[in-house]
Write a protein that binds this ligand. Structure first.
Ligand code: ISL
Ligand code: CA
Length: 567
């Protein structure tokens, strides 16, 4: 029987190739390095690998700026390496999901080079070209066609002197937005997707895919009503484009694929539409609500303390919103987010227990869990002692903007940035207690976290009680317990500031997750709404303290999680 929903029982592991494993000593992780580690991923038990971009690229945004969609960047290897990787993944019963970055290309992609060559080039309309604002001289401040800010600081428009127009880039100047209004662009993308499926990939994670449809005519955001929709997030034709893509790419195929839409700013109501199977758009979306809760009014560079109540409320709303129709992605981490144990846990005194408790409360929800490389080892944020350590274009641009344009004090800016900087997630995988953590024999492109001497795979694999073994058990639990995959979700004690607790229920079986997400012991017997009486004799499926917790009664120790099963 054709299993079209394998991804509902799956755990997906994200590999960021640049930082995973370097096979040739040039300091950059590569495809042969990943091939060498497939047994490690198989041991962890994950079902699929989502591989961040490995395509030919000037690497302005570490590969999210693609100049050839059908080849491998020499820094990462060759197409032959990729074929071997696909083969190795499939041989182990896993699947490979590739990153699809088609809201924009690199400015060095031949499409853009042609488009920029003259105003009447046939590819001119493949990107967003616009004259300066009325009454302004091109290239002068305020002349940009709209007031949009790039996600990476500065205007979202760059002046192109030779042809006397601006081009749009929601991200860096080296990432011009493709014009999805143009049907030839869409056909070229679908053709490329089919080419990759024919080569053996099992699906796509689609980068900022909810930004491909822009509201026409393009307009300023200032002055619009506070509740006016963004002119480029989930724009008017987004559903149409995704349905068209689905038909053009998956329509005639039989196979077991998965599509994941990365969607900053998506609401739960929109997500339900995107992932409603009867609409044939996407299998699941990546949403950002829960990873914005520790951002202040100034956004990601203005951190504020997280309220656990708010985090629970947000996640519970998404559980509920996609309970009947649609499907959730579950994640704490990816290559754009700080490390979960540093952000939501306690990466010092309760490092191990908090990494495990966070893993458990996430993985046992309804949805497909994602593990970002190193999360299964409890890897922590980078120290980031000096602005010169930044490698990420987002951080480099923002730091320069804050110091140069805003005149802020460098040390203070660095302090504000440390919390959310994407480089936190991009330090090399910590394999062994060796120089460079066993990631490379050469000079790594980014400094490894000095704690690789204690936090690394070699000290955790096969070691009971380690973060790795705990994640392995969590993944196995999803495979062995149908209630974890399909059960209803009910959040318990939603107002409690330290307890994260919920029930999953299916066919007379209940799994209860009780987690103390704090540094102090917590007696849950006194918490209302848990009705613990019926749980005294329940079996424990998993826990992160080696004893069974019986002698402690209902007292949860710091960052203790207990997973109980009844029925
Ligand atoms: O981290 C962010 C910037 O503050 C996010 O807004 C991020 O840029 C957004 O989630 C989109 O991310 C994806 O597209 C970007 C790329 O830089 C990210 O690495 C990618 O995950 C542009 O391609
Ligand atoms: Ca290399």
């Amino acid at each position: 029987k054709l299993d079209t929903t394998w991804w509902k029982r799956a755990v997906i592991y994200q590999v960021y190739p640049r930082s995973f494993a370097d096979s040739n000593g040039d300091g950059i992780g590569d495809l042969p390095g990943i091939i060498d580690r497939l047994d490690y991923l198989h041991t962890l038990g994950v079902d699929a690998i989502w591989l961040s971009p490995f395509f030919t690229s000037p690497q302005a945004d570490n590969g999210y700026d693609i100049s050839d969609y059908r080849d491998v960047d020499p820094a990462f290897g060759t197409l032959a390496d990729l074929d071997r990787l696909i083969e190795g993944v499939h041989a182990r019963g896993m699947r490979l999901v590739m990153d699809l970055v088609v809201n924009h290309s690199s400015d060095e992609h031949p499409w853009f080079v042609e488009s920029a060559s003259s105003p009447d080039n046939p590819k001119r309309d493949w990107y967003w070209w616009r004259p300066p604002r009325e009454g302004f001289v091109g290239g002068t401040p305020g002349a940009e066609p709209t007031d949009w800010e790039s996600f990476f600081s500065g205007p979202a428009w760059t002046w192109h002197e030779p042809t006397g127009e601006y081009y749009l880039h929601l991200f860096s100047t080296k990432q011009p937005d493709l014009n999805w209004e143009n049907e030839a662009v869409r056909r070229a993308v679908y053709e490329m997707m089919n080419w990759w499926l024919d080569r053996g990939v099992d699906g796509f994670r689609m980068d900022v895919i909810n930004m491909i449809s822009k509201e026409l005519p393009l307009r300023d955001t200032a002055g619009a009503a506070a509740d006016a929709p963004s002119p480029f997030i989930c724009g008017p034709r987004i559903h149409e484009f995704l349905q068209e893509m689905n038909a053009a790419v998956f329509g005639g195929r039989t196979g077991q694929f998965v599509t994941v839409g990365e969607m900053p700013g998506v609401t739960v109501e929109q997500a339900e539409l995107f992932t409603d199977p009867s609409r044939h758009e996407l299998d699941m979306v990546f949403q950002f609500e829960h990873v914005g809760l520790d951002h202040g009014p100034g956004g990601k560079w203005d951190p504020k303390p997280l309220e656990l109540r708010e985090l629970k409320a947000s996640l519970a709303r998404w559980q509920k919103g996609l309970a009947r129709t649609g499907w959730n992605s579950l994640y704490w981490n990816n290559h754009d987010q700080p490390r979960a144990v540093s952000r939501f846990g306690n990466d010092d005194e309760h490092w191990e227990k908090s990494a495990q408790a966070l893993g458990a409360v996430l993985h046992l929800q309804r949805g497909t869990p994602y593990v970002y490389q190193g999360e299964e080892l409890g890897m922590t944020n980078a120290p980031l002692r000096d602005a010169a350590e930044f490698r990420d274009i987002e951080s480099i641009n923002y730091y320069a903007h804050a110091v140069t344009d805003l005149g802020d004090d460098g040390a203070a800016v660095l302090d504000r940035m440390r919390h959310s900087a994407r480089d936190n997630a991009r330090t090399p995988m910590q394999w062994r207690a060796e120089p460079q953590g066993g990631f490379t024999t050469g000079t790594p492109w980014i400094d490894p976290n000095p704690n690789h001497a204690t936090i690394n795979a070699a000290t955790q694999l096969g070691v009971p009680g380690s973060v790795f073994e705990f994640y392995r058990a969590l993944i196995a639990l999803r495979h062995s317990e149908p209630v974890v995959v399909n059960g209803d979700f009910t959040m318990l004690a939603p107002e409690h500031p330290a307890l994260f607790a919920y029930d999953r229920k299916l066919d007379g079986v209940t799994v209860r997750v009780l987690a103390n997400l704090s540094d102090d012991a917590l007696d849950v017997a006194t918490i209302e709404g848990l009705e613990l009486a019926g749980w005294a004799g329940a079996g424990r499926l998993l826990g992160n303290y080696s004893d069974r917790g019986g002698e402690a009664g209902w007292e949860l120790r710091p960052w203790e999680v207990r997973v109980l099963r009844r029925g």
